[in-house]
Write a protein that binds this ligand. Structure first.
Ligand code: HEM
Length: 97
């Protein structure tokens, strides 16, 4: 059973990496009544991000107080994959653009 939207062209519809990270960390920070589970194990909550780490920019309500949320390599890979789902090309040569 499908419970979420089709992600076929999510890379076009929602290209923002910040949005994707934040939505995976806490879907309800973006969609109040969302039934999508959060994926906290894709992130690390730390006092401070290291120079080479990807810090997630969350809406103020979802931001852990006095801490930063850092994307783990698995989150970075997943968001790159989601951004790559563009389907902005025709499947068949004769398909109208
Ligand atoms: C790793 C697994 C998952 C990924 C990568 C993922 C990714 C996404 C993305 C990118 C969106 C935004 C879609 C849009 O704007 O059209 C979305 C929305 C949504 N997803 Fe997921 N999802 C996952 C798992 C789930 C699961 C397990 C459920 C349901 C139990 C679910 C339910 C939903 C729903 C209902 C939405 C609509 C927006 C919202 O409520 O936040 N997702 N998901």
């Amino acid at each position: 059973m499908r419970t979420g939207p089709d992600l076929f062209n999510i890379g076009v519809r929602q290209p923002s990496a910040d949005w994707q990270y934040g939505h995976l960390f806490q879907p309800r920070a973006y969609v109040k009544e969302s039934i999508m589970p959060s994926y906290p194990y894709l992130f690390e909550i730390k006092d401070k991000a290291d120079k080479d780490e990807v810090e997630v920019h969350l809406p103020p309500d979802a931001q852990p107080k006095g801490k930063v949320v850092v994307a783990k390599p698995e989150a970075i890979d997943l968001v790159k994959y989601l951004q790559s789902l563009k389907r902005n090309y025709p499947v068949l040569p004769e398909e109208p653009q």
